[in-house]
Design a protein around this ligand. Structure first.
Ligand SMILES: O=P(O)(O)O[C@H]1O[C@H](CO)[C@@H](O)[C@H]1O
Ligand SMILES: O=c1cc[nH]c(=O)[nH]1
Length: 235
């Protein structure tokens, strides 16, 4: 086992879905994966492996925020040989034309995190981006399934509760669709260690209108996003 994941060697598939919420991981495993087995309960951050259409897929909770997600992405890739990671998360919509439950594929992720500034000595504003192959496949899968998925840039923020909503308005003017809390770190770690990563999101909150889904809905009802992610990761 690694420091934060209790799986034995070989228990985690090369293809992993990563929700922040460990109970969303459990719901995905129980709802979609054939023969799902729980390989880790360390810190309650559940992980499961099963099969989707005959292909081994794992689902690993990653917690909230970039420090937590970085730990899981780093250990999955470096200690368990994971090659493809698709985050399946919730987000707050910044763009007026998004509705609750819309699905987004994040082509790139701006961030207010300091992690990459430290990586590049504050000299480079590194641009974390999705793996093009996974992104292209997810678009094809969404089209095939008749799901109107939006593709665009998002923000990965350190804080869920912001003191600077004005910055969200500015970002929306620059085409940023939504805010979540992990994708910039996920894309950076995948790039650094030669893995593929994509973030898919479902709009759980609307920052402009104040509409929101319940915690139970965030845990157990984002099925369109999960189905796109599963078909994409085995393609
Ligand atoms: O629903 P998950 O995947 O946890 O994602 C979003 O929800 C959490 C905040 O409620 C943050 O982790 C954010 O990125
Ligand atoms: O980070 C997040 C996730 C969901 N909803 C938000 O408003 N922010």
């Amino acid at each position: 086992m690694s420091t934060h994941i209790g799986a034995k060697p070989g228990e985690i598939a090369e293809r992993v879905l990563m929700p922040g919420d460990p109970l969303r991981a459990k719901w995905i495993a129980e709802t979609y994966l054939e023969g799902a087995n729980c390989y880790s309960t360390v810190r309650g951050m559940l992980g499961f492996t099963g099969r989707w259409n005959g292909v081994e897929v794992s689902v690993q909770g990653s917690g909230m925020g970039m420090p937590s997600a970085s730990i899981y992405a780093h250990e999955l890739v470096n200690e368990y040989g994971v090659k493809s990671l698709i985050r399946v998360g919730s987000c707050g919509a910044l763009s007026e034309d998004l509705q609750l439950r819309d699905v987004i594929a994040a082509i790139g992720s701006s961030t207010d995190s300091n992690m990459n500034r430290m990586r590049f000595d504050g000299l480079i504003d590194y641009a974390p981006v999705a793996d093009f192959g996974l992104l292209r496949t997810s678009v094809e899968v969404a089209e095939r399934r008749g799901i109107a998925m939006r593709v665009g840039p998002i923000l990965a923020a350190d804080a869920f509760y912001t003191d600077r909503p004005d910055l969200y308005d500015s970002l929306a003017e620059y085409g940023v669709l939504a805010v979540e809390m992990e994708s910039a770190a996920l894309y950076t770690i995948a790039a650094r260690f030669k893995a593929r990563a994509l973030t898919l999101l479902t709009v759980s909150d609307h920052i402009k209108t104040g509409e929101k889904t319940t915690s139970q809905e965030r845990e157990q009802t984002f099925s369109q996003m999960v189905e796109i992610a599963l078909d994409t990761i085995i393609a």
